[in-house]
Design a protein around this ligand. Structure first.
Ligand code: GLU
Length: 330
């Protein structure tokens, strides 16, 4: 694993990473950990760090939620280069990507409902996703034209290995064709699906390094495939971070209201306390103590990242009641 600090691009950064929160509610401590580490790895190495709000789900996102996330990030002590962006601001690049896929005869409209797909495709993939097999592709020409309409569009996804080389988690082999089949790239809300929007934005924002939670590791394989479908040169460098669990061993989620940053802030917890807890979780300090975010890039060398990943692979990180008490009784 290369040491992020060893890159000599401090003067003219040729690399860019991004903070890409989904503004669907308060950031929880798992989000904070991933965002803080992405920011700290980028800042330590002198990369450009951009902030992109992934707000394409109009039913769950809002401008107010984007502003609130920026407020939380600033309060925590994180910053970013240039103005932040919101995916919903300009849909044209996604339409353009769809037209590119259409010209290569790679996308088709499919209005099969989940129930119909389940009946046709059988058991879902491990994470509950239904596989869309090639047999269900439509054979009428009209379905292979993209009219920007409010229909699901899928991209043909062949079976075969897709290797993801991750700076933190090592080499992983996926087979998106066998796992999920033809994945959705455009939704019936008339908007790009997550996988397409991320690939388009990482490309147009010049992102070279994607640092995010390990729950998205399988998406890396799908995104690599889509990059090739869109004839984007090369792959990004992946850094997937182990995710944080609750006391019961479930992934921290927005349902766990009491792990939200704004909730903690309202309860009087100082930002330095939250940063200190995350630093301790990551093995950057021996005992939890308050510290500002700008101390993290200095502390976060690759030995720490490596030992964090090794220890969390054996024993997943949990936000315990003891952690909560430490936060609240500052
Ligand atoms: N917006 C996604 C999330 O908050 C992250 C997507 C990504 O990093 O590719 O989970």
């Amino acid at each position: 694993m290369p040491d992020a600090s060893a890159h000599s691009d401090r003067v003219v950064s040729t690399r860019t990473t991004r903070l890409a929160p989904s503004p669907t509610g308060d950031l929880h401590l798992g989000n904070v950990r991933s965002l803080l580490l992405a920011w700290a790895i980028g800042r330590r190495a002198g990369w450009r760090v951009v902030l992109r709000h992934e707000d394409l789900d109009a039913t769950r996102s809002s401008v107010e939620a984007c502003d609130a996330i920026e407020g939380s990030l600033r309060w925590l002590g994180l910053d970013w280069d240039g103005p932040s962006t919101r995916q919903s601001d300009d849909l044209e690049p996604y339409f353009e990507a769809m037209r590119r896929l259409e010209s290569r005869h790679l996308v088709f409209a499919s209005s099969l409902s989940r129930r119909e797909l389940r009946a046709a495709a059988g058991a879902p993939h491990g994470d509950g996703e239904l596989r869309f097999p090639p047999e269900l592709r439509p054979d009428d020409e009209a379905s292979w034209r993209f009219d920007g309409g409010e229909t699901n569009y899928r991209v043909t996804t062949r079976s075969g290995p897709e290797i993801v080389r991750d700076e933190l988690l090592g080499t992983h082999r996926f087979d998106p064709g066998a796992e999920v089949g033809d994945q959705i790239v455009w939704t019936k809300a008339g908007r790009p699906a997550y996988q397409l929007s991320v690939v388009v934005d990482d490309d147009r924002q010049g992102v070279t390094d994607v640092i995010r939670g390990a729950d998205l590791l399988p998406s890396a394989a799908r995104q690599q495939r889509l990059r090739r479908d869109l004839e984007i040169d090369g792959d990004v460098t992946w850094w997937h971070l182990p995710i944080v669990h609750d006391e019961a061993g479930r992934r921290l989620a927005k349902r766990d209201g009491d792990t939200g940053v704004e909730g903690l802030r309202t309860a009087g917890v100082p930002a330095e306390r939250i940063i200190g807890l995350v630093a301790w979780w990551c093995g950057l300090v021996d005992t939890p103590r308050s510290m500002p975010a700008d101390t993290i890039p200095e502390l976060l060398d690759h030995d720490h990242l490596r030992s964090m990943v090794t220890s969390e692979t054996t024993e997943p990180l949990r936000f315990t009641n003891e952690d909560r008490r430490w936060l609240l009784h500052s």
